[in-house]
Design a protein around this ligand. Structure first.
Ligand code: ADP
Ligand code: 5GP
Length: 188
């Protein structure tokens, strides 16, 4: 792979979407890799912007067609994946790809891109703060919050597989630290 990529993984609610949105405003050489998912859109989420929202059958059809670089059943019954066509779309524009993927997806994508990718783990200050953020975001049912927290403990133990860990305590500070490490990686 001769194309640079930055990937962000973290337990749900750590703040990676928030940090990525801030970075996209700052750097115009970046483009977000829009994943496919079989979950329903949240209020305000748009198809082809936040995700490509597929039905479970359509997702399965695309798995069988070999359209995914990677995919995971992140939560029981809900699949998420990176379409090969998405990487091609962004590479054709000469932009650096930004990924927001779960921890397993992050490890797989890092393996695929090798040194061309910087793998960033976004760490919440604590599990309690993580739970608080998920609740404050107000997008998840109690069942979904529990599913997400259930996965978090294991994911938090995998941060050492990433190139760098950013603790998302104060948002401005975390964005600034991310901006600096990304600039160093890109040689700016
Ligand atoms: P993720 O994409 O990792 O699931 P989000 O970016 O959606 O997480 O963030 C989860 C919630 O926490 C959102 O409501 C967001 O506004 C809030 N949040 C993100 N970073 C911080 C921070 N540093 N301090 C306080 N709240 C934060
Ligand atoms: P959410 O439902 O909160 O948008 O995302 C849930 C989880 O799925 C997050 O950890 C997110 O990073 C992950 N995710 C989103 N897209 C992909 C993808 O394309 N591949 C993988 N492996 N995980 C993804």
């Amino acid at each position: 792979m001769d194309h640079k990529a930055i990937l962000f993984s973290a337990p749900s609610g750590s703040g990676k979407t928030t940090i990525i949105k801030r970075l996209l405003q700052y750097f115009d050489c970046f483009e977000f890799s829009i994943s496919a998912t079989s979950r329903q859109p949240r209020e305000g989420e748009k198809d082809g912007v936040d995700y490509y929202f597929l039905t479970p059958d359509e997702f399965e059809r695309r798995v069988e067609a070999g359209d995914f670089l990677e995919w995971e059943e992140v939560y029981a019954g809900t699949r998420y994946g990176t379409l090969k066509s998405e990487i091609e779309r962004i590479a054709a524009k000469g932009k650096v790809v930004i990924f927001d993927v779960d921890v397993n997806g992050g490890i797989n994508i890092k393996r695929y891109f090798g040194d061309e990718a910087m793998a960033i783990f976004v760490m919440p200050p604590s599990i309690e703060v993580l739970e608080q953020r998920l609740r404050t975001r107000g997008t998840e049912s109690e069942e979904s919050i529990q599913k997400r927290l259930g996965r978090s403990a294991k994911e938090l133990g995998e941060s050492s597989k990433f190139d760098i860990t950013i603790v998302n305590d104060d948002l401005d500070r975390a964005v600034e630290e991310t901006r600096r490490v990304v600039e160093r990686f890109l040689g700016k």
